[in-house]
Write a new protein. Structure first.
Length: 191
């Protein structure tokens, strides 16, 4: 009987831990409550490595994935800001505030896409990516930061980088919204 209980407990722990495999909650500001969200400012992602040939396709794919995924959670108006040159690790808070104010937005999303480099060549890339996103309120305060590693999360060895970006983006947004709702950081009007 003890062996069965132990095996059942071990199996359930493995299943629960696999749920968030690949997802990393980097930061969550518990003191902020989000008001009703109608408009979102979206900035072009910082793409690593910094190669011009992959920036435009990456920007198009991740914006498409963000807008498609947010449709599942509500009717949000997304204002896409091109070429803002916002660095993910050192975000200009004044630019976030100004962009939210000028567009009447309640939150801003700053993404980052990191491609894995494999092989011996200078420009040999894997289809695996790490998608990271920061969500700011219209006062420029960081609300939540989350990232998703498509290799660790879904173990995808085959497929295109485009599909990896879509999967990673969907998981980051899903995890961010789940985390915000589970910690009651949204007001009833924003759900």
């Amino acid at each position: 009987m003890k062996k069965i209980l132990f095996c059942g407990l071990a199996a359930s722990l493995i299943i629960i831990s696999c749920k968030n495999l690949g997802s990393t909650l980097v930061k969550l500001n518990h003191s902020i409550k989000l008001k009703h969200v109608d408009r979102i400012v979206y900035f072009d992602p910082e793409v690593y490595p910094d190669i011009e040939g992959i920036k435009d396709p990456t920007n198009n794919v991740i914006y498409s994935a963000v807008s498609d995924e947010l449709k599942n959670y509500g009717n949000y108006k997304i204002m896409h800001i091109n070429n803002a040159n916002i660095k993910y690790d050192s975000v200009d808070v004044n630019m976030i505030k100004e962009s939210c104010l000028n567009n009447g937005a309640e939150i801003a999303i700053v993404p980052k896409v990191k491609y894995f480099k494999v092989g011996l060549g200078k420009y040999v890339f894997s289809n695996q990516v790490i998608i990271s996103m920061k969500m700011y309120n219209n006062d420029g305060q960081l609300v939540i930061e989350n990232s998703y590693d498509t290799y660790k999360g879904s173990g995808r060895l085959l497929g295109s980088a485009e599909n990896s970006i879509k999967i990673g983006t969907a998981n980051v947004i899903k995890n961010m919204i789940t985390e915000l709702r589970s910690r009651n950081m949204t007001t009833p009007a924003s759900e």
